[in-house]
Design a protein around this ligand. Structure first.
Ligand code: HEM
Length: 204
């Protein structure tokens, strides 16, 4: 069963599957199927998918480790770029549908509302990661510095949950936030545990 994942058609299929939520949300918006407040539903739906793709990208390494399927590493860059893609659509939908692309309104809103400031910082980090996700950037930065920079994905996960928590704090709706915090906490905890156990095994 797991061997199926190594087939060459799996990655293109995964690519197509990753685009489905975007087509579904934008299509439903165009067909007026997003409920009474379509702008809010679209912005929030895209925010949810950004967090879901963050969980998926952070799941790749533990999965590769426990299954021994090296091929999974080849999905990581693509999934990471989908995190950036959904975060950018989320930002675009907010800037267009909430703010009418009016910079005089947009910039003060980003600064004034802390949960949006936090989202913006997360997006800027994702921009840096996406811009350096190609082989030429790895060569230019050197593998060690590139790896250090790409640890910023953990900060993005923390900021993403904080952004969601802050947004929901007004209405005291923490159920979904707790689920994402638990998933991302477990995935980051796994990395910390692995890092510490590898260090403990290295002789001083
Ligand atoms: C990694 C980056 C980001 C993540 C993971 C993220 C995630 C989310 C999530 C999960 C929600 C709530 C969805 C729900 O209620 O179901 C949300 C809402 C929202 N986010 Fe983000 N977001 C990010 C970046 C941004 C950026 C850059 C902006 C704008 C500058 C932004 C603006 C908003 C707004 C305006 C809402 C909706 C607030 C409302 O409807 O009252 N987010 N985001």
């Amino acid at each position: 069963m797991l061997a199926l994942l190594t087939r060459p058609w799996v990655k293109p299929l995964l690519f197509v599957l990753c685009t489905v939520p975007a087509f579904w949300l934008v299509g439903a918006g165009l067909l007026n199927q997003l409920g009474a407040n379509p702008a809010e539903a679209l912005i929030r739906g895209l925010g949810d998918w950004t967090l879901r793709f963050l969980c998926l990208v952070l799941l790749v390494t533990p999965l590769r480790h426990h299954t021994g399927l090296v091929v999974l590493a080849r999905w990581r860059r693509m999934l990471g770029l989908f995190v950036f893609f959904y975060a950018s659509l989320h930002l675009l939908a907010y800037a267009w549908l909430d703010m009418g692309f009016d910079l005089a309104e947009l910039l003060p809103d980003i600064i004034k509302r802390p949960f949006i400031t936090v989202g913006m910082v997360a997006w800027l980090l994702l921009l840096a990661l996406a811009a350096t996700s190609f082989n030429r950037a790895i060569k230019a930065l050197g593998a060690r510095r590139w790896q250090q920079l790409h640890r910023a994905v953990y900060a993005v996960a923390g900021l993403g949950v904080l952004h969601f928590f802050w947004m929901r704090a007004g209405k005291q709706l923490f159920g979904e936030v707790a689920v994402y915090a638990a998933i991302l906490g477990a995935l980051l905890g796994w990395r910390l545990w692995r890092h510490l156990s590898v260090r403990a095994r290295v002789p001083a």
